[in-house]
Design a protein around this ligand. Sequence first.
Ligand SMILES: [Zn+2]
Length: 186
Amino acid sequence: MKFCSSCGSTVTFHIPEGDNRDRFVCSDNNCGVIHYENPRIITGCLPTYQDKVLLCKRAIEPRYGLWTIPAGFMENGETTEQGALRESWEEAYANLKIDKLYALYNLPHINQVYFIYKAELLDTSFKSSSESLEVALFSEEDIPWEELAFTVVEKTLKRYFDDHKKQNFPLHMEDLDRAVRPGSVR
Ligand SMILES: [Zn+2]
């Protein structure tokens, strides 16, 4: 950040009085606002249909042309479930019924938190969109493991197929570190 989004003056990066972290701060001569930056929530679905899952081939950067589950940044004024359903519609026109929260990942090195819901496809009327080159159902043996966009997608799919064999789908929580390929979805 170079300029204050409240008044347009230049900002400095320092620890404000009484705080313990560096923040972008507008000078006291101007509006003096402290600009707090917090992690962003990414919410999405793992859409399932019989023994298959729905994946989208990204039509946008980053990771153009690679496969992902529908997910994106949560918007103001919505719940994580609403965001997951919205992203699934925007990316795949998928009609889904959310089953449960299935995976929660903390990615502190890129300031992101993922909420992934297991959701059931209500029909197969999904199709590609401006955000997806292709949308398709995959069984475990057909998953394009080498062409997945994000590590969280790979982890979620592996867990899902393991859990599917046991027919038990507990919530998976994991903190991912820098070994994970950095990236952000939208
Ligand atoms: Zn200002």
